[in-house]
Design a protein around this ligand. Structure first.
Ligand SMILES: Nc1ncnc2c1ncn2[C@@H]1O[C@H](COP(=O)(O)OP(=O)(O)OP(=O)(O)O)[C@@H](O)[C@H]1O
Ligand SMILES: [Mg+2]
Length: 375
C-alpha cells in the first residue's frame, strides 16, 4: 500500500500541514522538538486509531485549540481508501473516525485502511522490559491485521475488570459466588481467541525474525521467539483456561484478583539459547529489536498480500553502519517515513523527498513530493 496524501490540522504543533509522499523514502529532518515525531504519530493514529506515545487523545490537539483533524488517502490493490480522524477536546464524542464519507461505528473498522509498522528507539523496551511491553507489541500488530483479535482483546479487558470487581464483592457477599462461572466462561472464550492468534503469529514472527537476525549477525547468532502462556501448548486453549481458572479460584477469591488468563502472557526472546532480556548486551538487544520489527513488517506484508508502510523514528543514529546498511536495503522495497536530526545517517538510502521540520512547519528541501502547505 501507499500513502498518497496526509493532512494535519491543529495536530500537536502543526496548525496545518499537508504532504503528498512518493513511493520511496520520505525524510523529516530538523533540530529537536520541532515536530518530526509528530508526523509519524499522525500516521500511527491513522493505522491504529491511537497514538504510540500517549493513551490520552486530547494531548494530540494543538494547544489552545478545540479539535484536531488528520486526513489520509491511501492507494491499495483494491483502490483508494480515505480515513479522517477527528479529535475533539470538550465534546461528548471525543474521537470520530470517518472511512470515506461514512462515520465508523467501531474503532476496529479503521484497521486495514492504513497499515504500518513503526520503529522507534523506545522499542528496545520490547526486549528489555517486562511482559506487558511484549504483549503490547503483539497486540498492536495483530489488532491492526485482524479486527476479530482487537474485539476479543477489548472484551477480555472488560471481562477481566468485571471479574476482579466481582471477586471483591464476593468477599462482602458470598452469595454472589455462583455468578463467577459466567465470567470464567467469558474470559475463557475471548482468551482462547487471543491465545490461538498469539501462538500462531509468534511462530511466524519467530521464523522471520530468525532469518533477518541471521543475516544481521552474519549467521553467528541465533534469535528465537516463543509464546509463554498458561494456554500455550493446549490443544484446546478454552478448556485449558477454564481448568486453570477453576483450579486457581480459591486463591483468586483470597487475593481478589484474577491470576489466570492471557493478561499474564509473555513472549520469550533468546539469543544463542540465552534470554535476551537478562543476558543480551546492548548491541545484541538492538539487533534483536531490529529483527523483530522487520519480522513484523514481513508478517503484515504476507498477511495482507501487500507491503505496509514503514515508519522509522530516529533509529538510524542508534545503529552501527552494518545494521544501518541492512535496514536501508530493506526500506528500499516499501514506502518509508523516516525522521532524523542528521541527514548523513541516511547516506545510501534513495530519498524521494526531504522535509525540513521547523516549529510545526514542513518545508521541502528537494525531491519529488509536490505540495507542501506550511503554516
Ligand atoms: N498538543 C500540542 N500542541 C502544540 N505543540 C505541541 C503539542 N504537543 C507537543 N507539542 C510540541 O511538539 C514538539 C515536539 O514534537 P516532536 O516530538 O515531533 O519533536 P521531534 O522533532 O521529533 O524532536 P526530537 O528530535 O527531540 O525527537 C515540542 O516542541 C512540543 O512542545
Ligand atoms: Mg522525535
Amino acid at each position: 500500500m501507499r500513502v498518497k496524501s496526509l493532512q494535519l490540522t491543529n495536530f500537536r504543533n502543526y496548525a496545518h500541514a499537508a504532504i503528498e509522499p512518493g513511493e520511496g523514502v520520505t525524510v523529516f529532518t530538523g533540530p529537536n522538538a520541532q515536530g518530526k515525531t509528530n508526523v509519524l504519530e499522525a500516521l500511527h493514529l491513522c493505522c491504529l486509531g491511537r497514538s504510540h506515545r500517549t493513551p490520552r487523545d486530547e494531548e494530540l490537539v494543538r494547544w489552545g485549540k478545540e479539535a484536531a483533524k488528520v486526513n489520509i488517502l491511501t492507494e491499495q490493490r483494491d483502490g483508494t481508501h480515505e480515513v479522517t480522524i477527528l479529535l475533539a477536546k470538550n465534546q461528548k464524542k471525543k474521537k470520530t473516525v470517518r472511512i470515506g464519507s461514512r462515520q465508523a461505528e467501531r474503532i476496529g473498522e479503521l484497521f486495514g485502511h492504513v497499515c504500518g509498522v513503526l520503529f522507534s528507539p523506545e522499542d528496545l523496551q520490547i526486549v528489555k522490559s517486562g511482559p506487558s511491553e511484549r504483549r503490547r507489541f503483539i497486540d498492536m500488530q495483530l489488532s491492526q491485521l485482524r479486527p476479530a483479535y482487537f474485539y476479543a482483546l477489548q472484551r477480555a479487558v472488560k471481562t477481566l475488570s468485571q471479574r476482579n470487581a466481582l471477586l471483591k464483592e464476593i468477599a462482602r457477599d458470598g452469595s454472589l459466588l455462583r455468578t463467577l462461572d459466567l465470567w470464567d466462561e467469558q474470559l475463557a472464550d475471548c482468551g482462547a481467541i487471543i491465545a490461538e492468534n498469539r501462538r500462531e503469529a509468534i511462530e511466524k514472527l519467530s521464523q522471520y525474525a530468525a532469518s533477518v537476525h541471521a543475516s544481521l549477525t552474519g549467521g553467528r547468532e541465533e534469535l528465537r521467539l516463543w509464546y509463554i502462556s498458561q494456554a500455550a501448548d493446549a490443544q484446546n486453549p478454552r478448556e485449558r483456561l477454564l481448568e486453570r481458572l477453576h483450579a486457581a479460584r480459591s486463591e483468586d477469591l483470597r487475593r481478589m484478583t484474577t491470576s489466570v488468563g492471557v493478561h499474564r502472557d509473555d513472549i520469550g526472546i533468546s539469543i544463542n539459547g540465552r534470554e535476551a532480556r537478562l543476558f543480551g548486551s546492548q548491541g545484541q538487544q538492538r539487533s534483536a529489536v531490529l529483527a523483530l520489527k522487520l519480522a513484523q513488517l514481513e508478517l503484515a506484508w504476507k498477511e495482507r498480500g501487500e507491503a505496509p508502510i514503514l515508519m522509522l523514528d530516529d533509529v538510524m543514529s542508534e545503529l552501527d553502519p552494518g545494521r544501518r546498511r541492512q535496514l536501508i536495503e530493506r526500506i528500499d522495497r516499501v514506502q518509508t517515513f523516516v525522521t532524523c536530526t542528521d541527514l548523513s545517517d541516511l547516506a545510501g538510502a534513495r530519498q524521494d523527498a526531504v522535509y525540513q521540520v521547523q516549529a510545526g512547519t514542513l518545508e521541502i528541501m528537494g525531491g519529488a513530493a509536490e505540495i507542501v502547505k506550511p503554516l
